[in-house]
Design a protein around this ligand. Structure first.
Ligand code: C5J
Length: 222
């Protein structure tokens, strides 16, 4: 067992050989101007602050042989997996499926769906395209983790209170023990990130633990 003694709300124990990293939606559509995040009125530059923390988490996992799974929020080209309620919501400048500066917004195979260069998947790493906010919904994530024998998950990615938190809650309901890496996750709303970290670890880690990427690296001796 490895232990992150500085984790909140109390030390986090995890078996490295049964642990996986899930990096949520670090794709151009959320991270760069012209993508889905910006069409919703957000300042996407805020998210770039976590690139070093996310990179440290990936580098640590890779050095220790911990599987890394990346997700990307996107839809089929014919939008058959995009509920109209999702596409029609709000007043974005571009809707899902519209042509934008990085190709069709949130559509599989388009440039906007690519993971940013700094964090891109290495050959052999699993990349899961997901139509929902939660990464377990309508994807093979559950069976991928079952095949790996995973019991513990370390999370990073964007955005903290939307796809990351939703996936952590889904993971809890499936019996996984979860930790959210504080400096590897970000929100367009700093106050939402702060309150999500609080929510996750409240009530005796009701959703999971939090710690920094360095805490994870130290616990794994890297
Ligand atoms: C959002 C996500 N925020 N990846 N997606 O719409 O959190």
């Amino acid at each position: 067992m490895a232990e992150i003694s500085k984790a909140q709300p109390f030390p986090f124990e995890f078996p490295p050989d049964k642990t996986a990293v899930i990096m949520i939606d670090m794709q151009r559509d959320f991270m760069e101007p012209g993508g889905f995040g910006e069409t919703l009125g957000n300042d996407v530059d805020l998210l770039r602050a976590i690139i070093p923390g996310a990179r440290l988490l990936l580098d640590t996992a890779r050095a220790k042989g911990i599987p890394v799974i990346h997700t990307r929020e996107c839809h089929k080209a014919d939008l058959s997996d995009c509920p109209p309620a999702k596409r029609e919501r709000g007043e974005p400048t571009l809707r899902i499926g519209d042509d934008g500066p990085m190709g069709r917004v949130l559509i599989q195979g388009e440039p906007g769906v690519e993971i940013i260069d700094e964090l891109k998947a290495l050959p052999g790493e699993t990349v899961i395209d997901k139509p929902g906010k939660g990464a377990f919904y309508a994807t093979p994530l559950g069976s991928v983790l079952q095949k790996l024998g995973t019991t513990h998950l370390l999370f990073g990615g964007v955005t903290t209170e939307v796809c990351v938190q939703t996936t952590m809650r889904e993971a809890n309901d499936r019996g996984f023990t979860c930790l959210l890496v504080e400096d590897a996750t970000e929100s367009y709303f700093p106050e939402f990130k702060a309150v999500t970290l609080d929510m996750v670890r409240a009530q005796g880690a009701i959703v999971g633990w939090t710690a920094t990427a360095k805490d994870v690296a130290d616990a794994l001796g890297s």
